[in-house]
Write a protein that binds this ligand. Structure first.
Ligand SMILES: Cc1ncc(COP(=O)(O)O)c(C=O)c1O
Length: 430
């Protein structure tokens, strides 16, 4: 793998951009190398400045479920570009988007578009507080909901890798109403509700966490969280920024048969362009300005390009439900291939996967919580990551991230990835 031009660019970038990147995980901090600087991507492949081709399992951290440079999406975007980029006025595209999401996700009666997942969770929490008249929020250790101040407590992902579970610059007065519970631990939730129950506005959770690596909630845990939130008249906010339209057309909530009060979306609904959204019960969403007293706004919210790319992507998924069966088949094939290598070479590693989201943890024990994830051998992951990159497979550069499979990954891609994983696992652990 050549990396000269990327190295040069990274040196330049570090002079003008903090850490050389516009989002921390891209700096490859724990990998001890310059990140490849990307020039283009097509289908399942991504290409860097140094002329290397990789099979891409980052997929822009989730949005690219169809793969890169999809003609259907590009053609519609070109049509929209000819009609100008943004108006700051309502458009038919926004109505189409709201109606489509409502049709696909039954828990959504009204929805508001924003520009990122962070904005979606931040706004959902404000609405939950406004609606209930309560201040406290419960979140789970290792769940990441973006970089909103009050949620930057024991967050996963970038915050985890950087070793700063809570960020500096966030006053204690802001997080004093955030209570952290243990994921998949009903006792920890119960204890918090017994103490603070009538002051809790909402519980926010990732249904399948992708930000401490892939760690799914158990069905029992999900049912319990729904039950206790109802009992105490607190809202349940399900953060489907990553899982929404990825794990199933009607999102992870359909797999768990759970009806949240508010759902947050992002990533796939923008088809690769900046987006976020939050929606839920009509009575709750009618608290939002200009109908209700909870203020929330955005210059570029619902902008025509994001709506166009998102609509094409969602309509494709709706019209081609076999995509999900195929993602499951390819995910299972990749998982089995890697598990076989783990067994053959007797490695202390385990794979977690739900549909097209997957993580290889260097841990002997099954990973079910943030505590389990933190015990993984991250140094071994770094070695594995580099070996995979050298073999032409581009994985997320951290143990606590998710590999995403797209509709563009072919069986040939999966076979090659398994072959690389076998070699990588054998060499890095010997
Ligand atoms: C579950 C979840 N919520 C919220 C966010 C924040 O989204 P964004 O990065 O678009 O602000 C992310 C980002 O990865 C996420 O995975």
């Amino acid at each position: 793998m050549e990396n000269v031009k990327s190295e040069e660019l990274f040196e330049r970038a570090k002079v003008s951009i903090p850490g050389g990147v516009n989002s921390p995980v891209r700096a490859f901090k724990d990998m001890n190398m310059a990140p490849p600087f990307i020039v283009s991507a097509s289908g399942s492949k991504i290409y860097d400045e140094d002329g290397n081709e990789y099979i891409d399992y980052v997929g822009s951290y989730g949005p690219m479920i169809l793969g890169h440079n999809i003609k259907l999406v590009g053609d519609k975007l070109k049509e929209q570009i000819d009609k100008s980029l943004s108006y700051g006025a309502p458009t038919r595209l926004e109505v189409d988007m709201a109606e489509l999401i409502k049709e696909i996700v039954p828990s959504i009666e009204m929805i508001r578009m924003v520009n990122s997942g962070t904005e979606a969770t931040m706004s959902a929490i404000r609405v939950a507080r406004g609606y209930t008249g309560r201040n406290k929020i419960v979140k789970f250790a290792g769940n990441y909901h973006g970089h909103e101040d009050s949620l930057l407590v024991e967050a996963g992902s970038g915050a985890l890798t950087q070793g700063v579970p809570s960020s500096s610059g966030v006053p204690k007065s802001v997080t004093k109403n955030t209570i952290v519970a243990e994921y998949n631990n009903m006792k920890s939730v119960k204890k918090i509700f017994l103490e603070y129950g009538d002051r809790i506005a909402a519980v926010i959770m990732e249904p399948v966490s992708g930000n401490m690596g892939v760690v799914p909630a158990t069905q029992e845990f999900m049912d319990y969280v729904r039950k206790i939130t109802k009992e105490y008249k607190s809202l349940l906010i399900i953060d489907e920024v990553m899982t929404g339209f990825r794990l199933a057309l009607s999102c992870a909530q359909s797999l768990y048969k759970v009806e949240p009060d508010i759902t947050c979306f992002g990533k796939i609904i923008g088809g690769g362009l900046p987006v976020g959204a939050y929606g839920g019960k009509r009575e709750i969403m009618q608290c939002v300005s200009p109908v209700g007293p909870v203020y929330q706004a955005g210059t570029l919210s619902g902008n025509p390009l994001s709506m166009t790319a998102g609509l094409v992507t969602l309509r494709y998924l709706k019209d081609n439900p076999s995509v999900y069966a195929e993602l499951e088949r390819k995910g299972e094939k990749l998982q089995k291939g890697i598990e076989k290598a783990i067994e053959d070479f007797n490695i202390d590693a385990t794979v977690n996967r739900v549909g097209s989201m997957m993580t290889l943890f260097f841990s002997k024990k099954k990973v079910m919580s943030y505590e389990d994830a933190k015990k993984c051998d991250t140094k071994m992951f770094a070695k594995y990551f580099k070996a995979m990159l050298n073999c032409g497979v581009y994985l997320p550069p951290a143990q606590f991230e998710t590999f995403f499979i797209s509709n563009s990954h072919s069986d040939k891609d999966i076979d090659k990835t398994i072959e690389c994983a076998r070699t990588a696992l054998e060499t890095v652990t010997s």
